[in-house]
Design a binder for this molecule. Structure first.
Ligand SMILES: *Cc1c(COP(=O)(O)O)cnc(C)c1O
Length: 209
């Protein structure tokens, strides 16, 4: 019941037009089904094999978003199931996803992860790199670029977080791509104020991991 209640309360607060990804990483299928029964169809996973294992047994009308770091040798676990790969964080990965999709005669929707946080440990394209990649779509025919994904600095300082989201928004606007995925349990209201079209929320729905 907690999962459904958390979800419904959240959906009440999120403006219509902002897409909610329920981040179900590390959570069992029964938790996903509790959210599914309450109407949620969009879920996010961050580990390739975990996504493949869950997607194989859960309802096929679930829209899976892949949101974790992806190594090229794991693309095969993600490609059959992901309707959106949000965390494309290097040219090497983008080209490998494109080649894998082309080999299967398809095209996969992706976001470019842009590095706007203070931590060096977080991955992603610089804003400048993202702009140039977005302008060269012919280089990756197996990918349909849909927008930008970003994570803010891990801090309680909401103004720092807001500044990070603003930079991500500027990149998205400069690319003219439609989607901007940013905001998690702790900072999603700021992300929505700064233009997020997709928010990724885990612990506020499923509890602590
Ligand atoms: C885990 C995760 C989230 C969700 O985080 P919560 O704080 O649990 O809402 C969002 N985005 C990414 C990329 C994540 O890995």
């Amino acid at each position: 019941m907690a999962v459904a209640n958390n979800l419904l309360r959240l959906l009440d607060e999120i403006p219509s037009g902002v897409k909610l990804v329920a981040v179900s990483k590390f959570k069992p299928a029964e938790d996903i089904m509790a959210a599914y029964a309450a109407g949620q169809r969009r879920f996010g996973e961050s580990r390739p094999q975990e996504l493949a294992a869950k997607a194989a047994v859960l309802p096929t009308d679930i829209e899976w978003h892949f949101i974790g770091h992806l190594q090229t040798n794991k693309i095969k676990f993600v490609l059959p199931y992901a309707s959106l790969i949000e965390s494309v964080d290097s040219m090497h990965l983008l080209l490998a996803i494109s080649a894998a999709a082309v080999a299967q005669g398809r095209r996969v929707d992706c976001l470019l992860e842009v590095h706007v946080a203070a931590e060096e440990s977080k991955g992603g394209f610089t804003p400048e790199e993202a702009l140039s990649v977005a302008a060269s779509a012919a280089d990756y025919p197996g990918v349909r670029l849909r927008g930008i994904m970003a994570m803010a600095t891990n801090t309680d300082d909401l103004e720092r977080i807001r500044a990070d989201f603003r930079r991500a928004r500027e990149v998205q606007l400069a690319t003219s791509l439609p989607e901007l995925s940013m905001g998690m349990s702790s900072d999603w209201p700021v992300a929505v104020e700064e233009g997020a079209t997709i928010i990724r929320i885990g612990s506020a729905i499923f509890g602590a991991r």
